[in-house]
Design a protein around this ligand. Structure first.
Ligand SMILES: Cc1cc2nc3c(=O)[nH]c(=O)nc-3n(C[C@H](O)[C@H](O)[C@H](O)COP(=O)(O)OP(=O)(O)OC[C@H]3O[C@@H](n4cnc5c(N)ncnc54)[C@H](O)[C@@H]3O)c2cc1C
Length: 375
């Protein structure tokens, strides 16, 4: 065990116990205060993640047996909406961290759960995911980018995970790898909780991103890395991402964060419109769209969807892009100066065009941009 979560938690000021808790507003105010500087410096948001630990945010997603509060899906979505409206970068990192936790929790690997989850819940430990090459990245290449071979007592990994947020800051990376079997058209895949200090593992310098640069996302290189069987979470099996749950591609979580960003932009427009009546009509139209897309989101979360998750994502993406640009138009040249949130929101909104976008979502985005109808 890495530490006693209780002793760490003793430092906590106020733990957030529901999305209606005033402590959530308090945390959001602190995150929002730091958001512009985070964008300007691009430094890893250590302070923000520490605040999330102190406010008990990491507890929301996991069961009480690990020290969690096990919020239901609707509460989690409301929490994510509030946080992403305050600081998209911190919330995005949180989604990757939570994806890792959920993959561990839903695996059959009880020893890994016992060893990792209490410290992940308390915030003592950081983990992330490097799985996009099994879903939305490098899928058109003939050779898988991260390959596994059976070795005595474990697996030998070679290649790279193309996208890993917070790779250098994470003690464990949940990585997907493809088994190298000659001429197998549907090779089996593995999901591993990779200790990042194993020999042969190295994080590249983070990529320089258009937005969310402080997420420190980059490639994770693996050269002849031997991983013991005890770190395997799932597989080898075909389509390992369909086993258990966690950070899948194209789910409603991405739409939730797009709506969170929209909410910030609408807040700015609302503030401006108190002195500028001409902003009233566009603000009302965007707000109406926001209310509709929010309703769609919660219908999907409740399992009684009024639309497919692709349609939800398409509308959420479109809304985030339009609301951010409306905020910039209202902020005028002042908003185009680095450091103004409206310019940052525009860059951040572009992220939703590329983050975890399965082909149908990409196709719908392109139709929207081309001004043609999609299904
Ligand atoms: C900021 C950021 C953070 C991220 N964090 C994570 C993370 O923590 N964990 C994680 O698992 N994933 C993460 N992702 C990955 C993300 O979810 C997507 O998988 C990723 O954006 C896909 O982009 P890609 O360029 O790798 O796609 P690819 O499909 O690999 O495209 C790469 C290039 O290949 C070309 N290409 C694409 N398709 C074809 C084709 N059919 N034929 C020929 N050429 C083609 C295009 O020119 C394209 O630019 C992150 C992404 C971003 C941008």
């Amino acid at each position: 065990m890495h530490s006693t979560p209780q002793s760490f938690r003793a430092m906590c000021a106020t733990r957030i116990t529901s999305p209606d808790d005033p402590a959530l507003d308090q945390l959001c105010a602190e995150l929002a205060e730091l958001a512009n500087e985070l964008d300007l410096t691009g430094a890893w948001p250590q302070r923000q993640l520490q605040l999330c630990a102190e406010y008990g945010v990491y507890e929301w997603f996991l069961a009480p047996q690990w020290g969690g509060q096990a919020w239901d899906d609707e509460k989690v979505v409301r929490g994510y909406l509030a946080l992403s409206s305050a600081c998209l970068t911190t919330t995005f990192i949180l989604t990757q961290r939570t994806g890792a936790c959920r993959r561990i929790a839903s695996s059959g690997n009880l020893a890994a759960q016992d060893f990792l989850l209490p410290d992940l819940v308390s915030g003592k430990l950081m983990a992330t995911v490097g799985i996009s090459h099994l879903t939305t990245s490098r899928r058109h290449l003939a050779t898988p980018v991260l390959r596994a071979e059976r070795a005595d007592g474990g697996y030998l990994l070679n290649g790279f995970a193309p996208w890993v947020t917070g790779a250098a800051q994470s003690a464990y990376v949940i990585v997907g790898a493809t088994m190298m079997e000659a001429d197998d058209p549907t090779p089996e895949e593995l999901l591993i909780a990779l200790p990042s200090d194993l020999p042969g593992v190295s994080a590249d310098e983070p990529a320089r991103l258009v937005g969310l640069g402080a997420s420190h996302t980059g490639q994770l290189q693996l050269q002849d890395v031997f991983v013991e069987d005890r770190w395997v979470l799932a597989g080898p099996v075909e389509n390992v991402m369909s086993v258990g749950s966690g950070a899948g591609a194209g789910g409603y979580q991405t739409s939730t964060l797009a709506l969170g960003l929209t909410r910030s932009a609408l807040g700015f427009l609302g503030q401006q419109s108190t002195q500028r009546t001409e902003l009233g009509t566009p603000l009302d139209a965007l707000q109406e769209d926001f209310d509709e897309v929010s309703e769609l989101l919660f219908s999907v979360v409740r399992g009684q969807p009024d639309c497919s998750s692709e349609q939800l994502r398409k509308r959420a993406n479109s809304l985030a892009l339009r609301a951010a640009q409306a905020a910039l138009a209202a902020a005028k040249g002042t908003g185009y100066i680095t450091g103004h949130p409206a310019g940052r929101w525009c860059r951040e909104a572009l992220f939703f065009l590329v983050w975890s976008c399965p082909q149908p979502v990409l196709a719908a985005n392109l139709c929207e941009l081309a001004g043609i109808a999609s299904d």
